[in-house]
Ligand binder design. Structure first.
Ligand code: DQA
Length: 150
């Protein structure tokens, strides 16, 4: 099965962006980490980043087509700031029925109050936050556990 790992705005800046919050690893490092996690579980990986909300919606729709064929393990989505603003991403998840893991590198609940609300948490099967970029690997491990239990 395929895992989609989708990254939203400003995550292309990982490594140089607020390293005290997000760490020193780059997005390329994160992709390698996801590749290794997927390889462990026999998943194919689709890894993407965009600063544009609609591009993320389109990838969720693509994941939804695999979901409809029974070929999707799930979507790990770090929507960045769109987490806190985007009804379009919420509707894309609802409309496709994909299994969603919402992910944040930082512990958003220990930060500014505007980061405490997520439009996505209510449609996510799990929410991962605060494990740094290691959370991406943990999220993929979690998708594998669900597959094994299904
Ligand atoms: C983030 C947290 C968001 O609040 C922020 O806007 C981001 C990154 C995280 O990974 O911790 O861009 O999703």
């Amino acid at each position: 099965k395929t895992v989609f790992v989708l990254n939203g705005p400003n995550l292309n800046l990982l490594g140089t962006r607020e390293p005290a919050v997000y760490g020193a690893q780059t997005l390329a490092n994160v992709e390698q980490l996801c590749q290794a996690a997927c390889a462990r579980h026999g998943f194919a990986l689709r890894f993407h980043q965009s600063n544009h909300e609609g591009a993320l919606v389109d990838w969720i729709h693509e994941a939804g087509r695999l979901h409809a064929q029974g070929a999707l393990a799930g979507v790990v989505l770090n929507a960045g700031a769109y987490t806190h603003t985007s009804i379009a991403l919420l509707d894309a998840v609802k409309g496709t029925g994909v299994t969603l893991v919402e992910l944040h590198i930082s512990n958003v609940h220990a930060r500014e109050s505007f980061r405490h609300h997520s439009y996505l948490s209510g449609v996510a099967r799990a929410v991962m936050c605060g494990f740094g970029v290691g959370g991406y690997g943990l999220a993929i491990d979690g998708l594998a556990q669900w597959q094994a239990a299904a």
